[in-house]
Write a protein that binds this ligand. Structure first.
Ligand SMILES: C[S@@+](CC[C@H](N)C(=O)[O-])C[C@H]1O[C@@H](n2cnc3c(N)ncnc32)[C@H](O)[C@@H]1O
Length: 268
Protein backbone atom coordinates (compact mmCIF):
# COMPACT_ATOMS: atom_id res chain seq x y z
CA UNK A 1 0.00 0.00 0.00
CA UNK A 2 1.32 3.44 -0.87
CA UNK A 3 1.16 6.07 1.84
CA UNK A 4 1.10 9.53 0.26
CA UNK A 5 2.83 12.08 2.45
CA UNK A 6 1.97 15.65 1.66
CA UNK A 7 4.85 18.02 2.32
CA UNK A 8 3.14 20.21 4.86
CA UNK A 9 4.97 21.67 7.83
CA UNK A 10 3.89 19.02 10.28
CA UNK A 11 4.03 16.05 7.97
CA UNK A 12 7.62 16.36 6.71
CA UNK A 13 8.64 14.62 9.94
CA UNK A 14 7.34 11.37 8.46
CA UNK A 15 9.61 11.64 5.43
CA UNK A 16 13.02 12.42 6.90
CA UNK A 17 14.48 10.13 9.52
CA UNK A 18 16.59 12.53 11.53
CA UNK A 19 17.57 9.91 14.04
CA UNK A 20 18.98 7.59 11.39
CA UNK A 21 20.15 9.91 8.60
CA UNK A 22 21.62 13.36 7.99
CA UNK A 23 24.00 13.18 10.95
CA UNK A 24 25.91 16.44 11.25
CA UNK A 25 29.56 16.14 10.25
CA UNK A 26 29.03 13.00 8.16
CA UNK A 27 27.93 14.61 4.92
CA UNK A 28 30.17 17.39 3.67
CA UNK A 29 28.49 20.28 1.88
CA UNK A 30 29.72 20.76 -1.70
CA UNK A 31 32.58 23.32 -2.03
CA UNK A 32 30.63 25.27 -4.69
CA UNK A 33 27.88 25.91 -2.12
CA UNK A 34 30.37 26.73 0.63
CA UNK A 35 32.17 29.21 -1.66
CA UNK A 36 28.89 30.88 -2.64
CA UNK A 37 28.00 31.26 1.04
CA UNK A 38 31.40 32.70 1.85
CA UNK A 39 30.90 35.19 -1.00
CA UNK A 40 27.54 36.32 0.43
CA UNK A 41 28.82 36.41 4.01
CA UNK A 42 31.82 38.56 3.08
CA UNK A 43 29.50 41.30 1.79
CA UNK A 44 27.33 41.44 4.92
CA UNK A 45 27.48 43.36 8.18
CA UNK A 46 27.34 41.92 11.70
CA UNK A 47 23.72 41.18 12.59
CA UNK A 48 22.66 40.53 8.99
CA UNK A 49 20.70 37.35 8.36
CA UNK A 50 20.87 34.54 5.81
CA UNK A 51 17.75 32.36 5.62
CA UNK A 52 18.36 28.60 5.54
CA UNK A 53 15.08 27.30 4.12
CA UNK A 54 14.41 23.58 4.58
CA UNK A 55 17.50 23.49 6.77
CA UNK A 56 17.25 19.97 8.17
CA UNK A 57 19.28 19.63 11.38
CA UNK A 58 21.74 22.32 10.23
CA UNK A 59 24.46 21.08 7.90
CA UNK A 60 25.04 24.65 6.68
CA UNK A 61 25.21 26.09 10.18
CA UNK A 62 27.59 23.28 11.17
CA UNK A 63 29.85 23.30 8.11
CA UNK A 64 29.61 26.82 6.76
CA UNK A 65 29.87 28.96 9.86
CA UNK A 66 29.25 32.55 8.88
CA UNK A 67 31.51 35.34 10.08
CA UNK A 68 29.46 38.47 9.49
CA UNK A 69 25.91 37.16 9.40
CA UNK A 70 23.93 34.44 11.11
CA UNK A 71 21.42 31.88 9.85
CA UNK A 72 17.73 31.91 10.58
CA UNK A 73 16.55 28.47 9.55
CA UNK A 74 13.06 27.16 8.84
CA UNK A 75 12.15 23.51 8.62
CA UNK A 76 8.87 21.60 8.66
CA UNK A 77 10.24 18.83 10.85
CA UNK A 78 10.19 19.56 14.60
CA UNK A 79 12.96 17.00 15.24
CA UNK A 80 15.24 18.69 12.67
CA UNK A 81 14.54 22.04 14.34
CA UNK A 82 15.33 20.61 17.78
CA UNK A 83 18.63 19.10 16.59
CA UNK A 84 19.54 22.32 14.75
CA UNK A 85 19.08 24.50 17.84
CA UNK A 86 20.79 22.03 20.17
CA UNK A 87 23.84 21.83 17.90
CA UNK A 88 24.03 25.61 17.30
CA UNK A 89 23.75 26.37 21.03
CA UNK A 90 26.42 23.82 21.92
CA UNK A 91 28.81 25.55 19.48
CA UNK A 92 27.94 28.99 20.85
CA UNK A 93 26.48 29.94 17.46
CA UNK A 94 23.69 32.52 17.14
CA UNK A 95 22.10 30.55 14.30
CA UNK A 96 18.52 29.56 15.14
CA UNK A 97 15.92 27.29 13.56
CA UNK A 98 12.14 27.72 13.62
CA UNK A 99 9.43 25.25 12.79
CA UNK A 100 7.38 26.29 9.77
CA UNK A 101 6.36 25.72 6.20
CA UNK A 102 8.53 27.45 3.61
CA UNK A 103 5.48 27.64 1.34
CA UNK A 104 4.09 30.11 3.87
CA UNK A 105 7.36 31.96 4.27
CA UNK A 106 5.89 35.41 4.84
CA UNK A 107 3.61 34.13 7.62
CA UNK A 108 6.40 32.06 9.22
CA UNK A 109 8.80 35.00 9.20
CA UNK A 110 6.31 37.27 10.91
CA UNK A 111 5.79 34.62 13.60
CA UNK A 112 9.55 34.43 14.29
CA UNK A 113 9.76 38.17 14.93
CA UNK A 114 12.95 38.31 12.84
CA UNK A 115 14.26 41.79 11.96
CA UNK A 116 13.31 41.84 8.29
CA UNK A 117 15.61 44.79 7.53
CA UNK A 118 18.54 42.41 8.10
CA UNK A 119 17.47 39.69 5.65
CA UNK A 120 20.24 39.71 3.07
CA UNK A 121 20.51 36.20 1.70
CA UNK A 122 18.76 32.85 1.44
CA UNK A 123 19.72 29.25 0.75
CA UNK A 124 17.53 26.40 -0.51
CA UNK A 125 19.93 23.47 -0.26
CA UNK A 126 18.38 20.21 -1.50
CA UNK A 127 14.84 21.29 -0.79
CA UNK A 128 13.17 23.28 -3.61
CA UNK A 129 12.65 20.05 -5.61
CA UNK A 130 10.11 18.72 -3.08
CA UNK A 131 7.73 21.43 -4.31
CA UNK A 132 5.92 21.39 -7.62
CA UNK A 133 7.04 23.99 -10.20
CA UNK A 134 4.27 26.50 -9.37
CA UNK A 135 5.00 26.23 -5.61
CA UNK A 136 8.69 26.81 -6.37
CA UNK A 137 7.85 30.10 -8.12
CA UNK A 138 5.58 31.06 -5.25
CA UNK A 139 8.23 30.40 -2.59
CA UNK A 140 10.90 32.23 -4.58
CA UNK A 141 8.60 35.24 -4.97
CA UNK A 142 7.97 35.28 -1.21
CA UNK A 143 11.72 35.00 -0.62
CA UNK A 144 12.41 37.89 -3.01
CA UNK A 145 9.88 40.07 -1.18
CA UNK A 146 11.38 39.16 2.20
CA UNK A 147 14.98 39.94 1.21
CA UNK A 148 16.61 43.34 0.74
CA UNK A 149 17.36 44.55 -2.81
CA UNK A 150 20.43 42.97 -4.45
CA UNK A 151 20.52 39.98 -2.10
CA UNK A 152 21.62 36.50 -3.17
CA UNK A 153 19.50 33.34 -3.16
CA UNK A 154 21.51 30.12 -3.45
CA UNK A 155 19.61 27.14 -4.85
CA UNK A 156 20.58 23.48 -5.11
CA UNK A 157 17.78 21.41 -6.63
CA UNK A 158 17.63 17.80 -7.82
CA UNK A 159 18.81 17.47 -11.44
CA UNK A 160 17.28 15.41 -14.23
CA UNK A 161 20.42 13.22 -14.54
CA UNK A 162 20.08 12.08 -10.90
CA UNK A 163 20.17 8.30 -10.40
CA UNK A 164 16.55 8.33 -9.14
CA UNK A 165 15.37 10.11 -12.31
CA UNK A 166 17.25 7.57 -14.44
CA UNK A 167 15.73 4.64 -12.54
CA UNK A 168 12.24 6.14 -12.91
CA UNK A 169 12.84 6.65 -16.67
CA UNK A 170 13.88 3.02 -17.02
CA UNK A 171 10.57 1.98 -15.47
CA UNK A 172 8.52 4.41 -17.55
CA UNK A 173 7.52 6.31 -14.41
CA UNK A 174 9.36 9.61 -15.02
CA UNK A 175 7.55 12.91 -15.38
CA UNK A 176 9.68 15.99 -16.15
CA UNK A 177 7.01 18.55 -15.22
CA UNK A 178 5.70 17.16 -11.95
CA UNK A 179 6.80 15.89 -8.55
CA UNK A 180 7.80 12.22 -9.01
CA UNK A 181 7.33 9.59 -6.34
CA UNK A 182 10.87 8.20 -5.99
CA UNK A 183 10.09 5.73 -3.19
CA UNK A 184 9.94 2.69 -5.53
CA UNK A 185 13.53 3.35 -6.71
CA UNK A 186 15.05 4.25 -3.32
CA UNK A 187 16.23 1.11 -1.59
CA UNK A 188 17.70 3.05 1.36
CA UNK A 189 14.34 4.41 2.49
CA UNK A 190 13.27 3.27 5.95
CA UNK A 191 9.72 2.81 4.72
CA UNK A 192 9.57 1.73 1.10
CA UNK A 193 5.93 2.68 0.82
CA UNK A 194 6.48 6.34 1.60
CA UNK A 195 5.76 8.99 -1.03
CA UNK A 196 9.16 10.61 -1.58
CA UNK A 197 8.46 13.50 -3.90
CA UNK A 198 11.08 15.04 -6.20
CA UNK A 199 10.73 17.39 -9.16
CA UNK A 200 13.85 17.02 -11.33
CA UNK A 201 15.19 20.18 -12.96
CA UNK A 202 17.38 21.09 -15.88
CA UNK A 203 19.14 24.39 -16.64
CA UNK A 204 16.11 25.70 -18.56
CA UNK A 205 13.87 25.15 -15.53
CA UNK A 206 16.18 27.25 -13.35
CA UNK A 207 16.13 30.04 -15.97
CA UNK A 208 12.33 29.92 -16.09
CA UNK A 209 12.15 30.02 -12.28
CA UNK A 210 14.25 33.18 -12.24
CA UNK A 211 12.10 34.85 -14.89
CA UNK A 212 8.78 33.95 -13.25
CA UNK A 213 9.96 35.05 -9.79
CA UNK A 214 11.47 38.36 -11.04
CA UNK A 215 14.96 37.35 -9.97
CA UNK A 216 18.18 37.67 -11.92
CA UNK A 217 19.97 34.40 -12.57
CA UNK A 218 23.74 34.61 -12.48
CA UNK A 219 24.26 32.60 -15.63
CA UNK A 220 27.87 31.78 -14.88
CA UNK A 221 26.77 30.25 -11.59
CA UNK A 222 24.57 27.50 -13.06
CA UNK A 223 26.27 24.11 -12.83
CA UNK A 224 25.64 20.51 -11.90
CA UNK A 225 27.11 19.28 -8.63
CA UNK A 226 27.03 15.94 -6.87
CA UNK A 227 26.52 15.25 -3.17
CA UNK A 228 26.05 12.06 -1.21
CA UNK A 229 22.45 11.07 -0.51
CA UNK A 230 21.12 11.17 3.04
CA UNK A 231 19.79 7.64 2.75
CA UNK A 232 22.38 5.47 1.05
CA UNK A 233 25.87 5.51 -0.40
CA UNK A 234 24.43 6.79 -3.67
CA UNK A 235 25.52 10.19 -4.94
CA UNK A 236 22.78 12.59 -5.96
CA UNK A 237 22.97 15.07 -8.81
CA UNK A 238 21.83 18.66 -8.26
CA UNK A 239 21.69 21.88 -10.22
CA UNK A 240 23.29 24.73 -8.37
CA UNK A 241 22.47 28.36 -9.18
CA UNK A 242 22.68 31.81 -7.67
CA UNK A 243 19.76 34.20 -8.01
CA UNK A 244 19.89 37.88 -7.25
CA UNK A 245 16.97 39.97 -6.00
CA UNK A 246 16.34 43.11 -8.07
CA UNK A 247 17.41 46.65 -7.20
CA UNK A 248 15.51 49.23 -5.13
CA UNK A 249 13.61 50.64 -8.08
CA UNK A 250 11.91 47.31 -8.79
CA UNK A 251 10.78 47.02 -5.14
CA UNK A 252 9.47 50.62 -5.15
CA UNK A 253 7.50 49.98 -8.35
CA UNK A 254 6.13 46.70 -6.99
CA UNK A 255 5.00 48.41 -3.78
CA UNK A 256 3.28 51.17 -5.76
CA UNK A 257 1.56 48.62 -7.99
CA UNK A 258 0.41 46.57 -4.98
CA UNK A 259 -1.08 49.58 -3.22
CA UNK A 260 -2.83 50.71 -6.42
CA UNK A 261 -4.32 47.22 -6.89
CA UNK A 262 -5.48 47.21 -3.23
CA UNK A 263 -7.08 50.67 -3.62
CA UNK A 264 -8.92 49.64 -6.79
CA UNK A 265 -10.12 46.44 -5.12
CA UNK A 266 -11.46 48.39 -2.10
CA UNK A 267 -13.60 50.64 -4.32
CA UNK A 268 -17.31 49.78 -4.13
C1 LIG B 1 16.80 16.77 1.86
S1 LIG B 1 16.55 17.64 3.34
C2 LIG B 1 17.82 18.90 3.18
C3 LIG B 1 18.25 19.45 4.50
C4 LIG B 1 19.38 20.46 4.42
N1 LIG B 1 19.06 21.62 3.62
C5 LIG B 1 20.65 19.81 3.94
O1 LIG B 1 21.00 19.94 2.77
O2 LIG B 1 21.27 19.13 4.75
C6 LIG B 1 15.06 18.59 3.02
C7 LIG B 1 14.51 19.30 4.24
O3 LIG B 1 13.48 20.18 3.84
C8 LIG B 1 12.42 20.14 4.80
N2 LIG B 1 11.17 20.52 4.12
C9 LIG B 1 10.57 19.91 3.07
N3 LIG B 1 9.46 20.57 2.72
C10 LIG B 1 9.34 21.61 3.56
C11 LIG B 1 8.39 22.66 3.70
N4 LIG B 1 7.32 22.77 2.89
N5 LIG B 1 8.60 23.57 4.69
C12 LIG B 1 9.67 23.48 5.51
N6 LIG B 1 10.59 22.52 5.42
C13 LIG B 1 10.44 21.59 4.46
C14 LIG B 1 12.41 18.72 5.31
O4 LIG B 1 11.82 18.63 6.60
C15 LIG B 1 13.90 18.40 5.31
O5 LIG B 1 14.49 18.69 6.54
Amino acid sequence: MEVRIKMSAVETSEQYDYDGTYKLGEQPVHPVVLDALKGVDSQLHPGDIILDLGSGPGRLSHEAPTVNAYFIAIDGDPEAVRQYNESASSRGSSDRAHHGDIRQLEQTLSQTGVDRRRLRGAVFHRVLHVLDPQEQVDVLKQTRRALRPNSTIIVTSAADDDHKAQALRARGLYSPDAVNNCAPVMSGLPEETTFFGVHFADEKHLKNLAKSSHLRLRNQSVRRIRERSGYSDATNSYIFAEFQTPGRLFYAKEKLLDSTVRRVRRRP
